[in-house]
Design a protein around this ligand. Structure first.
Ligand code: NAP
Length: 292
């Protein structure tokens, strides 16, 4: 399918490159032109004149932008010129209600929205090995699936529109807990005076091993927090989980509330564009009283 990618940030740029390798990339667009020029140079693919032109020229449109309002503004613009039957795959992480609003806007033009948030980090985007959680019309997914396999090795249909995003909220809440556990345990190990490189190696091979420890453990010990996944974006996701839960049963969860507070502190200190593993800064401060 002639595929267009909108949003060439940390995730979208690698997705575009993988569609190109699979032979389906047709147009790209990014709000700030520099990122689009980099991908155009690497792939030889034309930058769309505008969002509206990209929508006219592509049968499958991938969006990967930051927040709910960004998704809706992009969807409003592409809906003006989209061809009936076009499938829009939104890989951004947003609220289930935002996916439903986006689907309604596109439905008026005869186009389909699949909410398809992904997991696997920039490494997964780079390797084309993302896990994709899909909400929407299953027959639209059947049509898009062969093309989407360029970016995701595991594509799971979850249910009607919004279900993909609800599933991603589960993932993000779990990721927050893992971040809390790993950063706190590593700070604890430092206070015990252990050789932490050795600790990471052995712990990673046992029952407490996990993706986050494998991919971020040694970097954070070295005080390196390059994204990865920006802390401010995970803060956005915790806000989504908080409001979804409030709407569903007027409840709150300690993991959500605690992580929101911790991330807000780090954002206030200017660390919002660092990787979520920057939570280690706080844990170190709490235990050792020594900011790094
Ligand atoms: P990023 O590197 O910050 O890139 C964000 C992209 O969105 C940029 O291309 C940006 O354009 C574009 N954008 C933002 N607001 C826009 C608007 N109003 N109109 C048009 N474009 C807009 O973020 P990312 O890490 O790629 O994440 C993108 C989405 O994927 C987020 O929803 C995030 O939660 C989700 N996600 C991220 C990861 C990860 O590990 N990074 C993993 C899974 C899911 P400019 O270049 O002009 O700023």
């Amino acid at each position: 399918m002639r595929t267009g990618v909108i949003g060439l940030g940390a995730m979208g740029a690698y997705m575009a490159i993988n569609f190109h390798k699979a032979g389906s990339l047709h147009r790209i667009w990014n709000r700030s032109r520099g990122k689009a020029e980099t991908i155009a140079k690497e792939t030889g693919i034309e930058i769309a004149e505008s969002l509206e032109r990209l929508a006219e020229e592509c049968e499958l449109i991938i969006t990967c932008v930051s927040r709910d309002e960004d998704v809706l503004s992009v969807i409003e613009r592409i809906s003006a010129s989209i061809t009936p039957g076009t499938i829009v795959v939104d890989t951004s992480t947003v609220a289930a209600d935002t996916a439903k609003k986006a689907a309604e806007i596109l439905q008026k033009q005869g186009a389909h929205l699949l909410d398809c948030p992904v997991s696997g980090g920039v490494e997964g985007a780079k390797n084309g090995s993302l896990a994709m959680m899909v909400g929407g019309d299953e027959s639209a997914l059947d049509r898009a699936r062969p093309t989407l396999e360029a970016i995701a090795t595991n594509i799971a249909y979850i249910g009607p529109t919004g279900s993909g995003q609800s599933c991603k909220a589960v993932n993000q809440l779990m990721a927050a807990g893992i971040n809390q556990a790993v950063t706190e345990a590593l700070a604890f190990g430092e206070v015990m005076g252990l050789d932490m490189e050795r600790v990471v190696d052995i712990v990673a091979s046992g029952a407490a091993g996990n993706w986050f420890l494998d991919h971020r453990g040694k970097n954070m010990l070295a005080g390196s927090y390059a994204p990865g996944f920006k802390l401010a974006l995970h803060h956005k996701d915790m806000g989504i989980c908080q409001s979804m839960l409030k709407n569903a049963c007027d409840a709150s969860l300690p993991m959500i509330e605690m992580t929101l507070i911790h991330y807000q502190r780090l954002m206030d200190e200017g660390y919002g564009n660092e990787d979520i593993s920057a939570l280690f800064r706080l844990k170190r401060q709490q235990l050792a009283g020594s900011p790094d």
